[in-house]
Design a protein around this ligand. Structure first.
Ligand SMILES: Cc1ncc(COP(=O)(O)O)c(C=O)c1O
Length: 667
């Protein structure tokens, strides 16, 4: 027997799916307005987009210099950080968004046991990166300046500042900087100043910065982000300005992390930033966002929300105390609002905030802000909301259905891209089910990643076996009133990976089957654990057997026998086109020998390993006749059929072959 290496303890045990991903997935599943995630829906300036296209046409498509495009670094040093005397060659580094240079800088600076002082609530990157570097995180409340000063000691290596602040919108004052400078004097602490919302300050405020402060300049590292400045978060171009000796070290990490990033985008920025269009854009950024903040807050006047207007940035925090139901947290409330009121926000509990509140991103077109206001205004306060009855002690009775309308989505999958796959299935189902309702919807095997043997892509599950995709499936099932089936590459709490078939019902249950027959030819058995149980689901009077792809070759495992035979078997697959004939024949064989309906749902297109899939999704009846066929052209298809229980029973009664079936056991 080959030895399987065990997984060492997680380096990031406290990190799971972020609240941003979770709320965005929930927003997509419910078609809710998403003011949760911090991305603008404003257009990237046209001239900048054109500059990017031109940069590509002009051949800027190979690696940019490791520290970044030189002209871009010059602009950052001489214009953005004017007066600070940064040297573009030795003190400015361009990375994949502010995130990558924050990571590089913290990694370069931190030694095990060092302390990183950060304020709470705060952006979620700093603490995990500190912990990854075996540093100790010292958290202090944002509003308690005294606590910040008290926290600084001999072991402090970094004090994190973020102004304008995400999520509160607070802006630092000059006096606060002076006091911090005095506290840090004589220490080895560096100031990590995250200024990605840099010029976005409101109500005529100044935004004092540590890199202009005479006592702080030489102990400061500054992070900036062009994604935030030009409504282009997807470009992921950011920078770090830091004294030369530190820049030397952080570039060593950067060199082996991303090395260099987005050459045409850097070139485009370098060309665009020197134009009048860019100067005007940057000057207007503060006033434009201030007007959007005011539009949101004026719209909410007279409601039970309370707030302190954001001083900078593009987030507004709203206190929701008057809207909480008994025993509800702001997280529960944010989820409930997404599901029931069609508006997704970020609960501030996720940032460590104790006051029940939510964060709203107002970097949105005015019509989006108005739509958000209308939704917020329609939400009743807790005193006006009838308290939900406690759940009944008996499961709700589920209606028995004589007919099942079944839909298979034969789809191309986005390789190792769960978010895109979930979003595209959600959109497709919204359209399809609005057109024609269904009872059971089936997706292909590993529908979030494709048939990937890279188990780092497998979804991490929580202690209850739940995860983003399971939650998404439950939401889709409940929203559309359908049972939804699909298999997902998952990693459980013990670190083991499984190819897991989930069937989520509209009643809120999720049934799970772990694929038993692993496809050793592709190495599946090396990377995933094999299931041992056969799983039959009883739903709405139907018995459904869950099977996955390669299981189809092993008829003993699917043998239908006993006094209560199953009615349908569901095969979800990534079955490659060279063996299409076997797939079609075996699906019909399973239907004939088991006298049952069969669903064979296969993907189409080509996967990231170069395997091709013709599709050939089939619905077959109990006599082996094909009811619906997705075709073998390699293209996506929607396949529909209706299964009738009375017809099935009549067929079995007239031809009682099942009573002669052999009994197989699994060993
Ligand atoms: C405070 C803060 N810092 C850093 C970042 C990351 O910036 P980038 O997208 O440029 O990596 C964000 C993004 O939301 C942020 O809010």
């Amino acid at each position: 027997m080959s030895h399987k290496p065990s997984l060492p303890p997680s380096k990031m045990p406290h990190v799971s799916t972020t609240i941003f991903t979770e709320m965005t997935a929930l927003a997509q599943a419910h078609g809710a307005l998403n003011v949760a995630q911090g991305f603008p829906d404003l257009a990237t300036p046209k001239a900048l987009r054109q500059a990017a296209a031109a940069a590509m046409e002009d051949g800027h498509n190979q690696y940019a210099p490791m520290p970044g495009n030189h002209a871009l670094r010059s602009w950052i040093a001489k214009v953005h950080h004017a007066g600070a005397g940064y040297c573009p060659d030795k003190e400015i580094t361009v990375g994949a968004g502010a995130s990558s240079v924050l990571y590089a800088a913290m990694t370069a600076l931190l030694q095990p046991g060092d302390e990183v002082v950060m304020q709470e609530p705060g952006y979620d990157l700093y603490a995990p990166v500190a912990e990854l570097n075996f540093a100790k995180v010292v958290r202090v409340p944002l509003e308690d300046e005294h606590a910040l000063h008290q926290a600084v000691g001999a072991r402090t290596r970094i004090v994190v500042l973020n102004s304008p602040h995400n999520p509160t919108g607070d802006v630092l004052t000059a006096t606060q900087l002076d006091r911090l400078a005095n506290t840090l004097e004589g220490t080895n602490a560096w100031v990590l100043s995250d200024e990605v919302y840099g010029p976005m300050v409101h109500d005529g405020r100044e935004a004092p910065v540590p890199w202009r402060h005479p006592k702080l300049r030489d102990r400061t590292l500054v992070a900036g982000s062009f994604g935030k400045l030009f409504h282009a978060t997807g470009w992921k171009i950011g920078w770090m300005a830091a004294p030369a000796k530190l820049t030397r070290e952080l570039r060593k990490v950067h060199q082996y992390d991303v090395f260099s990033t987005g050459a045409p985008f850097q070139e485009a920025l370098a060309r665009y930033l020197v134009t009048e269009d860019a100067r005007i854009h940057l000057n207007e950024l503060g006033p434009i966002y201030q007007a959007k903040r005011d539009r949101l807050l004026q719209g909410l006047e007279g409601t039970a929300f309370t707030w302190r207007p954001a001083e900078g940035g593009y987030f507004q925090v709203l206190n929701v105390a008057s809207y909480l139901l008994p025993a509800e947290t702001d997280r529960d409330l944010a989820m409930r609002w997404t599901r029931e009121h069609g508006i997704a926000t970020i609960p501030m509990g996720a940032f460590g905030q104790v006051e029940p509140s939510v964060r709203v991103c107002f970097a949105k077109e005015d019509h989006t802000i108005d739509a958000a206001v209308a939704k917020f205004r329609a939400i009743p306060t807790s005193s006006a909301t009838p308290v939900a009855k406690p759940p009944p002690s008996q499961p709700p009775s589920v209606p028995i259905q004589d007919s099942l309308r079944v839909v298979a989505l034969q789809a191309d999958l986005h390789w190792q891209d769960p978010e895109t796959n979930r979003a595209s299935f959600a959109a497709e189902l919204d359209a399809l089910l609005a057109e024609e309702p269904a009872d059971l919807v089936l997706l292909p095997e590993m529908f979030t990643t494709g048939f990937s043997m890279d188990t780092r892509q497998a979804e991490s599950l929580d202690a209850d076996g739940g995860g983003v995709t399971r939650g998404w499936m439950q939401d889709v099932a409940q929203r559309h009133g359908v049972a939804l089936g699909g298999t997902v590459a998952v990693r459980d709490n013990a670190g083991e990976a499984w190819n897991r078939f989930w069937l989520a019902t509209p009643e809120g249950e999720v049934h799970a089957y772990n694929k038993r027959h692993l496809f050793h030819l592709a190495g599946e058995g090396k990377h995933y654990q094999a299931g041992s149980e056969r799983v039959e689901v009883h739903w709405r009077g139907w018995r459904l057997l869950l099977q996955t792809c390669y299981d189809l070759r092993f008829p003993g495992f699917a043998r239908n026998h006993g006094p209560e035979p199953y009615d349908a078997v569901l095969y979800l697959a990534n079955w490659p086109s060279p063996r299409s004939d076997a797939w079609r024949i075996l699906l019909q064989a399973r239907a004939i020998e088991n006298q049952c309906f069969v669903a064979g749902v296969n993907r189409s297109g080509t996967d990231g390993s170069g395997h091709q899939y013709a599709g050939d999704s089939l619905f077959v009846d109990m006599a082996g006749h094909i009811l619906a066929d997705g075709g073998g052209t390699g293209s996506p298809a929607v396949v529909r059929a209706t299964w009738n229980k009375a017809e099935l029973t009549a067929f079995r009664n007239s031809l009682p072959f099942l009573q002669d079936a052999d009994r197989f056991g699994i060993r």
